[in-house]
Design a protein around this ligand. Structure first.
Ligand code: GLA
Ligand code: ZN
Length: 671
């Protein structure tokens, strides 16, 4: 789909469900789509029931017609496999396909994303359907991508999953003694004598709430197992399709910061990343930017597909406020600015029944083109046609990175203590926002990613240090890199077992400190530190630490630990390691991150008013500086480069003032 020679522009379109409509409407859809400059449709997302009405019957005639219709009309196709919801007959005949939830309740037929990932029935028939689709449509040269299933997710606690979990554990640990050791089962007399003793960790066993468990080890392994079980389903379809159409790239639509699936592991098995972006009406621009950057970084910066967004409203947020005029365009370009090479919607035509009938669509219930939403969609389509292939394949060049790790996310959310207000993504966001505020490009990398090319790596809440990660960081700093971490870091190994000898465990020599205690502050409490003459708040956690080789940069001002360091810097090899022992506010993060970046030779793309986001992508056509005005008012920016706005054709010289209207976008190309 992206990076394919069939594609010469930013693909524009989205989920199209003609099977929900009489055929007379299809031709009208084609007219309207052309009017909107739409050139790609995602087909067949939820059609399993129609494609396989009974165990031995498959029925592709309607899909054939749909494929022919869109092809005749010049559309590219992103072809889905329909395995995101199983048919009713299958649930009745093979109940093993139904999921069991966290409370141990076996589900009945209903909803979607409802199949047990370890169900032999699901796997058998999902693979068969994928195979039949690939065989049948392999000769269509306008298929630009396969879209397997839809928004994989959830979890299952059925007996099949329990058996599969035991096998997974056997494979991982070999012996039951190794399991006992990894989970520290000597605690509360939990020793397992046999793999058969092990049951899934849910409300009937180790949990007393979804995120509250008495044994972190088993719960963490269940998370990994569940993510891999669902990934196995994806891979099964992937391998089947890839063998038949090796030249067509394969994806599945991800969901940004979705906790149940370790997308970094998933990405290894996907040809390209695609994801669905549904910010709430009041989402901060950096919330969305973080998700785009995370999705882009899953494949080391390779462009991704924006697979879904709403043109106007969703139906499932608490308040489904309209995207104000200009916001759909602004958020589309925000995706492109962060690495998207497609702009796609859910959905082309608004359905008339069930829970998504009030979800926004390109074609509204009014059924014609005379709507605000349609006009905005068409205008953007026309603009994307004009941009053509100019920006395609361009990359962002980040010299800074933030470590994002699903195991750390899971482990910190399962941790009993230190504070209920400690949330992995919040801490990541505190640091990410600082880079955003400064207009400094940043990648969100995994613990496995190579650090070459980065000058500064921040790893907030690096609670779990996996084997080899400390050594990678150690070498990075020794060779001149700058590294930052925070409170509640370096505590445990990959099994969530504490590294004894003083926190931050394996990171201790790099940071040149040791942490003796941590004080979890209730919401009404707070401490303070002064850094370079400015007082900043210290909240959430205050580590009580001792410097070894590090130097204290600021210390607490209150309570019995007043005078102890809140901020340290350690010279280590040719580089430096920073430790932030508490949570502070955005002013602090912006200042501190800005300083470290400057020391590391990393500078803002340019200075802008706070509401103007700047991002840059680079390819053989030059560099493209995206300026996105997230405010409704006009703002001015002084440019620090010479170039041409590819949207308006206006030429600018370095030092010129660019006036950007409310919610408007400029893309300055410098060759
Ligand atoms: C998800 C799904 C779509 C649709 C939209 C609605 O992204 O993939 O099928 O339900 O949400 O926002
Ligand atoms: Zn199951």
């Amino acid at each position: 789909m992206i990076e394919s020679n069939k594609v010469k522009k930013i693909l524009y379109g989205g989920d199209y469900n003609p099977e929900q409509w009489p055929e007379e409407i299809w031709e009208e859809d084609m007219r309207l789509m052309k009017l909107a400059h739409i050139d790609v449709v995602t087909l067949n997302v939820f059609s399993w029931a129609a494609l396989q009405p009974s165990e031995d019957t498959y029925c592709f005639e309607k899909l054939d017609k749909i494929m022919e219709t869109v092809t005749r009309n010049g559309m590219k196709i992103c072809l889905a496999t329909s395995t995101g919801a199983h048919p009713a007959w299958m649930a009745r005949k093979y109940p093993d396909i139904l999921r069991t939830d966290f409370s141990g309740r076996k589900h009945k037929f209903g909803s979607r994303h409802n199949s047990c990932p370890n169900s032999p029935t699901y796997r058998k028939y999902a693979k068969r359907l994928a195979e039949k689709l690939a065989e049948r449509y392999r000769s269509y040269d306008n298929i630009v991508a396969w879209h397997i299933s839809n928004e994989y997710g959830g979890e299952c606690y059925c007996e099949n999953c329990e058996r599969a979990f035991r096998l997974w554990l056997k494979n991982k640990y070999q012996t039951i003694d190794a399991v006992n050791e990894a989970w520290d089962t000597a605690f509360w007399g939990h020793t397992f004598y046999d793999f058969e003793d092990i049951v899934l960790p849910n409300i009937l066993s180790e949990h007393f709430a979804p995120e509250r468990t008495t044994f972190q080890g088993i719960s963490l392994d269940y998370r990994r197992f569940n993510s891999e079980s669902i990934l196995d389903c994806f891979r099964l379809e992937y391998d089947t399709i890839h063998a038949i159409t090796p030249e067509i790239p394969i994806t599945t639509n991800l969901m940004g910061t979705y906790d149940a699936l370790d997308y970094q592991m998933w990405a290894k098995y996907m040809d390209f990343i695609s994801w669905d972006n549904y910010p709430a009406y009041n989402a901060a621009p950096e919330d969305t930017a973080l998700r785009h950057d995370l999705m882009r970084s899953l494949k080391q910066g390779k462009p991704f597909a924006l697979m879904e967004q709403t043109p106007s409203v969703t139906n499932w947020h608490p308040y489904n406020a309209l995207k104000r005029p200009g916001v759909m365009r602004l958020w589309s370009y925000q995706a492109v600015a962060h690495g998207a090479d497609t702009v796609m919607f859910f959905q082309i035509r608004r359905s008339i029944g069930a829970c998504e009938k009030y979800h926004g669509a390109v074609i509204d219930h009014a059924g014609h083109e005379n709507t605000r939403v349609f006009r905005e969609v068409a205008a953007l389509g026309e603009e994307l046609d004009r941009i053509g292939d100019l920006t395609l394949g361009s990359r962002m060049k980040s010299k800074a990175a933030i470590v994002f790790d699903w195991d750390n996310w899971w482990a910190t959310s399962y941790s009993a203590g230190p504070s209920v207000n400690l949330h992995y993504c919040d801490e990541i966001m505190n640091y990410y926002k600082a880079f955003c505020d400064l207009n400094i490009p940043v990648d969100l990398i995994s613990v496995e990613d190579d650090l070459t090319g980065y000058s500064f790596v921040a790893a907030p809440l690096l609670y779990m240090v996996k084997p080899g990660h400390d050594e990678k960081i150690r070498r990075f700093v020794q060779e001149g890199g700058r590294f930052l971490t925070t409170f509640f870091s370096g505590y445990v190994d990959e099994h969530d077992l504490v590294t004894v000898g003083g926190y931050p465990g394996r990171l201790r020599d790099i940071l040149g400190i040791w942490v003796e205690e941590e004080d979890a502050l209730p919401e009404e409490a707070g401490n303070r530190f002064t850094y370079q003459g400015t007082a900043y708040p210290a909240t959430l956690i205050c580590d009580l630490l001792h410097t070894e080789s590090a130097r204290s940069l600021a210390s607490y001002e209150q309570d019995f630990y007043a005078g102890m360091p809140a901020l340290t810097r350690n010279a280590f090899g040719k580089g430096f390691a920073y430790y932030v022992a508490t949570r502070s506010d955005s002013n602090f993060y912006r200042t501190f991150i800005g300083e470290i970046c400057a020391e590391a030779g990393i500078f803002p793309l340019l200075d802008t008013p706070d509401c103007i986001e700047a991002a840059e992508r680079i390819n053989a056509n030059g560099s493209f500086l995206f300026l996105l005005n997230h405010d409704a008012q006009t703002h001015e920016i002084t440019l620090n480069r010479t170039g041409r706005d590819i949207l308006t054709g206006t030429e600018y010289k370095e030092g010129d003032t660019l006036r950007l209207a409310g919610r408007d976008v400029a893309i300055i190309q410098t060759v």
